[in-house]
Design a protein around this ligand. Sequence first.
Ligand code: AMP
Length: 212
Amino acid sequence: MKIILLGAPGAGKGTQAEVISQKLNIPSLSTGNMLREAQKKGTPLGQQAKSYMESGQLVPDELVIGIIKERMAQPDCAGGFILDGFPRTVAQAEALDQMGVAIDRVIEIDVPDEAIVTRMSGRRVCEGCGASYHMTHNPPAAEGVCDKCDGKLVTRKDDDPKTVQQRLETYHRQTQPLVDYYQKAGKLRTIDGNQPLEEASAAILRALEASV
Ligand code: AMP
């Protein structure tokens, strides 16, 4: 199954992508994690992406299309995958179509902006594997340590309130048109992301099982 998770920054895409990944045994591909990894390694891609990411803007389409294309060609993607944070523009969605990637389902995780701003302040991510946590809604077993890889949990630089505001604006302007794009393609299901994590996961799994 090839799945896209759509939703504002902080809507829970990363966390839910991990849940679906385990349930369906398909990898979750996060362009944000790939770009952060590239930055950490200091690759040319990471250097090019840095200023966009830090200011809450989108990295140019051609850069992200290049990395996701390469990732989707890996053998572990043969049985399907979950796209977390890609596509984020209509041009990226069109690029997927042109690559012949047949998406089965698009799940929009809907969370009001006011709730996003509060959520982001409690978010922590693993420096090692990129897994997401929330200090109250989804805490790790041991404080500051990733359950999956024992990596250190940190606050993302772009989770400060000012950058979050910019990222939300970017989302509404450039990414939300994809809701319409996939609605027209008959692939979209919207679930309420403003409910406890487990309930949102259950709603997503139901939406994946149901015919669109
Ligand atoms: P995320 O971890 O998905 O919130 O992504 C963090 C940042 O990486 C975003 O604010 C963008 O600057 C950049 N980014 C991630 N995915 C994309 C994408 N598909 N297109 C453009 N920029 C992206």
